[in-house]
Design a protein around this ligand. Structure first.
Ligand code: HEC
Length: 170
């Protein structure tokens, strides 16, 4: 069962990358992801391939697989299944002055923050500051939190990620 779920997820990752890509460079990346994110390598988390970082990014394919699941069960209800946000204007507070959950896919503000600060938001939420995001400090393990940030950043286009990465060398 465990294996099958991973198989399906990795297939869908590869499929969506295939659909999204065109150039040679991207094709290479797809090729890499294809090799790395297979049922076999993911199953055996101690192998070097799974520990290998995704091209140009700080996280590994194994973290992405874990992060996608964590995001779907804990974050998507507010931030949208693709981190796109669920409101027309995330900058507009509601009648009570509370801001809606912003998109996390690189189109809003999240990418202006360091990983530490994003982690602090995940840990502490925003309620203490008059916001609406719950705290995940005790709801997720450290591994799950790292993985969910990996997933969030995987939603950022290269251009956004690279700008972030220059300001926040990992
Ligand atoms: C109940 C709705 C809700 C859930 C669930 C939720 N968030 Fe949020 N999130 C918000 C809101 C609302 C904000 C804006 C700050 C505030 O009001 O607390 C926010 C802000 C953020 C920010 C800061 C964005 C920025 O531009 O600085 C990050 C990062 C974030 N959320 C990540 C997550 C992650 C990761 C999860 C899942 C582990 C998650 N959120 C779950 C509602 C939610």
């Amino acid at each position: 069962m465990f294996k099958t779920v991973f198989g399906v997820i990795s297939l869908s990752i590869v499929a969506s990358i295939l659909v999204a890509c065109g150039t040679d460079d991207e094709a290479k990346k797809v090729e890499m992801n294809k090799t790395v994110v297979t049922e076999k390598t993911v199953d055996n988390t101690s192998t070097r391939t799974v520990g290998k970082k995704v091209d140009g990014r700080w996280y590994t394919p194994a973290q992405l697989i874990r992060g996608k699941k964590v995001f779907a069960s804990n974050c998507a209800s507010c931030h949208g299944d693709k981190g796109q946000g669920l409101t027309v204007d995330w900058k507009k507070p509601d009648a009570k002055g509370v801001f809606p959950p912003p998109p996390l896919n690189g189109s809003a503000h999240a990418w202006h923050h360091s990983k530490d600060l994003l982690m602090r938001t995940v840990n502490e939420g925003g309620v203490a500051l008059g916001g609406a995001m719950p705290s995940f400090k005790d709801k997720l393990s450290e591994k799950e939190k790292e993985a969910v940030l990996a997933h969030v950043m995987s939603l950022w286009p290269d251009k956004i990620y690279n700008t972030w990465s220059k300001r926040n060398p990992q």
